[in-house]
Design a protein around this ligand. Structure first.
Ligand SMILES: [Zn+2]
Ligand SMILES: [Zn+2]
Length: 260
């Protein structure tokens, strides 16, 4: 089961006409028989309920604020008795700890973050790959200012890919197709439209149309365009949705549950 807790890019937008697709920044949760896997902790992370029965792993794509701003705002059910594994292919465990501690420190954050960070076991990405072999985890370097890591997980022969914060370039095509072909579900960064890209060169995001073109070239069951622009309201997304002819491609919406 896949739950989209946040599908908005860059900054939350809780305005009335953004609530159909949702205003929270990125967080995706996957539950398998053994694992609870969480990708990024934007503001949607507050809705994650930690499981005591499943092994929980939090993957961070990169440290831009919209992907980590929710980490301190989960109520972390006090009954939770285990440590949560936290990892990032973007940085080793020492730097991951450093980046998060810096973000959640004076003068940017008022509360001592150590209590929250103590709930986590920081591991290098390679350690996670080796420790959880049955998950078949891999990462891909994406094109984004300061870099970003995409992830793929294969569980019970079903593949899930998380590809947010990537500025698509033609030279990436083969690498991306190899990485995400034969997927059950792919989450794609469709922050912009092709018509907006010329003004946004170097901002590190792809277009909706680039996603549709990629989806046409691969075998995928659900291709979900996410990281919606914080200025694209529900009506605009619904109009865009009607123009998509590939029925595997949809706009991600918050709280939707997808079979996995
Ligand atoms: Zn982002
Ligand atoms: Zn980013």
């Amino acid at each position: 089961m896949i739950i989209n807790h946040g599908v908005r890019g860059s900054t939350p937008n809780p305005s009335q006409n953004y609530l159909f697709f949702g205003g929270n920044t990125p967080c995706v949760e996957i539950k398998t028989q053994k694992y609870q896997l969480i990708f990024d902790c934007g503001s949607g992370f507050s809705k994650v309920n930690f499981s005591n029965d499943l092994e929980t792993i939090l993957f961070i794509s990169h440290f831009h604020h919209d992907h980590i701003q929710g980490l301190a705002f989960n109520n972390y059910d006090t009954k939770i008795s285990k440590k949560i594994t936290l990892t990032s292919a973007h940085s080793d465990k020492t730097n991951t700890f450093k980046h998060l501690s810096t973000y959640y420190s004076n003068p940017y954050f008022p509360v001592n973050f150590i209590e929250i960070i103590n709930k986590f076991d920081f591991l290098d990405f390679e350690q996670v790959v080796n420790n959880f072999e049955d998950l078949n985890i891999s990462s891909i370097d994406l094109n984004h200012p300061g870099n970003c890591s995409g992830y793929s997980i294969t569980s019970n022969k079903k593949k899930f890919c998380y590809l947010l914060d990537n500025e698509y370039e033609d030279v990436q095509e083969k690498k991306l197709i190899d990485f995400c072909d034969n997927s059950e579900t792919i989450i794609w960064d469709g922050m912009f439209l092709d018509s907006e890209l010329s003004d946004k060169k170097g901002w590190g995001h792809s277009s909706i149309e680039q996603g549709i073109t990629l989806a046409d070239k691969i075998d995928v069951k659900n291709f979900l365009i996410s990281h919606h622009s914080p200025s694209r309201d529900d009506q605009e997304i619904k109009i865009l949705e009607k123009t998509i002819s590939n029925n595997k491609v949809k706009f991600a919406s918050e709280n939707e549950v997808i079979e996995f």
